[in-house]
Design a protein around this ligand. Structure first.
Ligand code: GL2
Length: 840
């Protein structure tokens, strides 16, 4: 029973632990061992939290073993290896995933039972590793899972942020951010590597030698210390590594003299500066110091990772008679996850030129054959530009190199493509506008990378036709598409065991977990009444679990018999959570105007919205507040609250997603067409049999193609219509739908409290907001959105039809496995092959 010593019930548990044991009694012995001998807590306390840490450590022992074998295998075979550089990883919890991938969940459940605990409660003790912001970070984590599962020689690199993005609290004032303290106690999943340390320099100057060579000297030097997180593949021994860097100052930087003199702060100045580097993900960048800190973070990741990669390359070459730097790209692929790690390009150049003594042409050849870049957005504000003066100060040698890359690019275009002269202004890397000279990171990436990819077909088409069109005419085959994917392990097999068991039963195989295309086999049973009933009961079980969670965290009781309608993602105007809540408001008004009998004919709905608004994004925070205010009114209105509930689910993260997604029936992916590069939660919902209401944007387009257009609630303008619609709007040609006007007016009337929502509503009108009035076309798309919502209500009334559509959604989701995505990267960009650890 909870609260007793781990040894209390251990009569049948062996005394000696064996880390690789699979028998539940022996597994219990391992857990016991960690509870007793790990110094983290008293052996007399064995509550779920202690049981979690002890279980995690026992699983880690196993992972360490597999990990060492994997590393040795890679070392021995010396295959070409991919290094994935990302400022974000949204790993979520690791325990369920690890025991699931290792296929030891039953043994752990039994073992914990023997120790008086319940696995489900124990796994809940883990804090999410939330070293990311949204889809881009979660994508990186899904990719690691697929790389390991596909036995690919690959490694992830990131930063070990002390605090993640932030923890979202909902108060009467709206969203409040507090530090996300994932390391408050400690993480049992990371292993510090005291022997893996690299110096990383900032500031300083460039010294020029008589022979023309250059070297970056002086400035401040910090140490990058490696923490490795094991990433197990599914049912394979291969266990790869996510290497996270932490910044430290050297002991020599601690001024003992000053300290003894009572000057404590200045004595440890570099130590506290080092702590700032990895303190938080995305520190506010409104100030100059905030911008500098972000740039430092990016360079820190790039420099440490490249030094590590080069060292490993040399280690593996050691003992071979002769080797050349030109072989580097046949051993190393570096993938830049968005522009955040762009500095890897000039840093690799610098290391090759200044440390290894290569000439420019040779260094450029190696660099460009090594690096590839993924673009994740076309939003202009997200395309990074760094001030040239800040860059010259912080990274003087890199700016020299960037300057040279820019010059050579200009020269190359002038010689080979004089017709592009007039475009060079936009194509070049440096924007020398005297008001604000900047370095355009995306341009640096496109010029330097051998391959550039978008993350869904529509997004890649837009990159080709618009953002990067001029480059495509120079390098026609540089641009590729790699439609995103999600790992079916975390996002179906482990988060939705009920549905997984049904799928396995009907497909008569569990192979779908690693070959998601097999789901198509469900199509033939979509009308089968037995499958439909099983399907419905799995959904109901997930809805009930979700309802309990919602009650616990919000105090709102929701009815599992109502339609569960969910929109969860970062709060952003382009994602149009505002359209969703305006729709809810209109629905509420309509319900209010109905007679009790009329209400009985409606489809009861529970609308759930969740997501974080960036701390400085005022309109996004207003949207969060509005959803909460609407919920307060609707949920306590006895006339309508059995037909409509509106819930804001606080602190959306990976673990919350694992509860929400299986329990949802409808999910909203309603961005303005052309603005959501891909979206990945749309794939997770669809995989779990949830229907989508959405626009033709990002990966929605491909999801609809795969599951069939009759199973998708489509509305809204298409991407190619958007520019003209914006123009019309500016020219006063837009006539708003009465439903849209009514919903806005209701808010302005104060129906949801006294908070001033006018600035938010004004962004939908006139020439406010982005300066152009309803830039995101909420007003234009609102009527077709409401019509689509009516089709949803009608479809839900036909239970058999809805269940069929749900089954067909899952059946058509095979394409969206990150195993497919990663296989394509491996073949078409990285040119790497499987390197499997032999089973002993
Ligand atoms: C994003 C895109 O907005 C999103 O549409 C895409 O699915 C992911 C992953 O490719 O990348 N770009 C971005 O900057 N963030 C994203 O989530 N944060």
């Amino acid at each position: 029973v909870n609260g007793t010593s781990a040894t209390a019930k251990s009569e049948k548990i062996p005394a000696i632990a064996h880390p690789l044991a699979e028998d539940p009694a022996e597994v219990a012995a391992n857990i016991n061992y960690h509870a007793k001998y790990s110094p983290h807590f008293s052996p007399f306390k064995f509550e779920p939290e202690q049981a979690y840490y002890a279980s995690a450590e026992s699983v880690r022992d196993r992972l360490v073993q597999q990990w060492n074998e994997t590393y040795l295998q890679f070392h021995k075979v010396d295959p070409k290896q991919t290094y994935y550089l990302s400022m974000e990883y949204l790993q979520g919890r690791a325990l369920t995933n690890a025991i699931g991938n290792l296929n030891i969940q039953d043994a752990y459940a039994d073992a914990l039972n023997k120790l008086g605990h319940d696995l489900e409660e124990v796994v809940e003790q883990e804090k999410d590793a939330a070293l990311g912001n949204g889809g881009l970070g979660r994508l990186a984590s899904c990719f690691l899972d697929s790389m390991a599962t596909l036995n690919l020689p690959a490694w992830g690199y990131g930063l070990r942020y002390r605090y993640g993005l932030f923890k979202q609290l909902i108060t009467k004032e709206g969203q409040k951010e507090i530090a996300e303290d994932w390391l408050e106690k400690f993480s049992p999943w990371e292993v510090v590597r005291h022997d893996v340390v690299f110096p990383v320099r900032f500031f300083g100057r460039v010294e020029v030698y008589p022979n023309g060579s250059r070297k970056w000297v002086e400035g401040e030097v910090f140490q990058a210390l490696a923490y490795d997180v094991p990433i197990p593949g599914y049912k394979t021994k291969n266990t790869i590594s996510l290497r996270l860097w932490e910044a430290k100052a050297s002991s020599g930087d601690f001024n003992l003299f000053q300290f003894n003199d009572g000057q404590y702060e200045s004595a440890a100045q570099l130590h506290s500066q080092a702590q700032q580097i990895c303190a938080v993900l995305y520190p506010g960048d409104a100030t100059e110091s905030g911008k500098l800190l972000r740039l430092k973070q990016q360079f820190f990741l790039c420099s440490a990772s490249l030094q590590d990669i080069i060292q490993r390359f040399k280690e593996r070459k050691n003992g071979k008679d002769t080797w050349q730097w030109s072989e580097f790209p046949s051993k190393v692929a570096v993938q830049l996850n968005d522009t955040h790690p762009t500095l890897a390009i000039p840093e690799l150049m610098r290391l090759l030129l200044d440390d290894e003594g290569l000439g420019w042409d040779e260094a450029w050849d190696v660099t460009t054959r090594t690096v590839a870049y993924t673009n994740h957005t076309v939003l202009p504000e997200a395309l990074e530009k760094w001030s040239q003066s800040v860059m010259w100060k912080l990274l003087p040698r890199h700016m020299e190199i960037i300057d040279e890359i820019d010059k050579r690019f200009l020269e190359m275009i002038r010689v080979t493509r004089p017709d592009l002269e007039s475009k060079l202004h936009n194509m070049r890397i440096l924007d020398n506008n005297p008001q604000k000279p900047v370095v355009r990171m995306a341009n640096l990436c496109v010029v330097s990378a051998h391959t550039v990819n978008g993350v869904a077909q529509l997004h890649s088409d837009i990159l080709k036709a618009e953002l990067f069109a001029d480059y495509v005419s120079v390098w026609p085959s540089k641009l590729q598409n790699k439609t995103n994917g999600i790992t079916p392990r975390r996002w179906l097999r482990f988060c939705n065991p009920e549905l997984s068991n049904i799928i396995t039963k009907w497909l008569k195989t569990e192979q779908w977990v690693t070959n998601l295309d097999l789901l198509v086999g469900l199509r033939q049973f979509a009308d089968n009444a037995d499958l439909q009933e099983e399907w419905a009961s799995a959904k109901m079980a997930s809805k009930q679990r979700l309802a309990q969670y919602v009650l616990r965290v919000t105090g709102v009781s929701i009815d599992p018999n109502s339609l569960f309608d969910i929109q969860v993602k970062r709060i952003h105007e382009y994602k149009r959570q505002l359209m969703n809540i305006l729709g809810a408001i209109y629905r509420y008004k309509k319900l209010k105007g109905m007679s009790p009998d009329e209400r009985k004919n409606t489809t009861p709905r529970t609308i759930m919205i969740g997501g974080k608004a960036f701390a400085t994004y005022t309109n996004a925070k207003r949207i969060v507040k509005l959803v909460n205010d609407v919920g307060d009114v609707v949920n306590t209105d006895p006339e309508v609250n059995s037909y409509l509930k509106v819930v804001f689910v606080p602190n959306y993260n990976v673990s919350v997603a694992e509860l929400l997604i299986p329990g949802s029936e409808l999910s909203q992916h309603i961005s303005t067409a052309g603005m959501e590069a891909s979206g990945t939660s749309n794939m997770k919902f669809s995989l779990n049999g949830c229907l989508i209401i959405g626009t033709l944007d990002g990966a929605n387009v491909e999801i609809r193609e795969e599951i069939g257009e009759e199973n998708f609630f489509l509305f809204g303008a298409t991407a190619d219509q958007v520019p003209k619609l914006r123009q019309d709007r500016e020219n006063g040609l837009f006539k708003p739908d009465p439903r849209f006007e009514e919903a806005k007016q209701f808010i302005r009337s104060g129906a949801f409290g006294s908070y001033d929502y006018n600035p938010l509503l004004d962004s939908l009108e006139g020439n406010s907001g982005y300066g152009r009035g309803d830039y995101f076309l909420v007003g234009h798309d609102f009527p077709s959105y409401m019509d689509a919502q009516e089709s949803v209500d009608a479809a839900y009334k036909d239970r058999k039809k809805w269940l069929k559509m749900s089954i067909l959604s899952t059946a058509g989701s095979g394409k969206f496995s990150s195993d497919r995505t990663i296989s394509q990267y491996a073949k078409e960009i990285w040119n790497i092959e499987e390197c499997r650890v032999p089973s002993s």
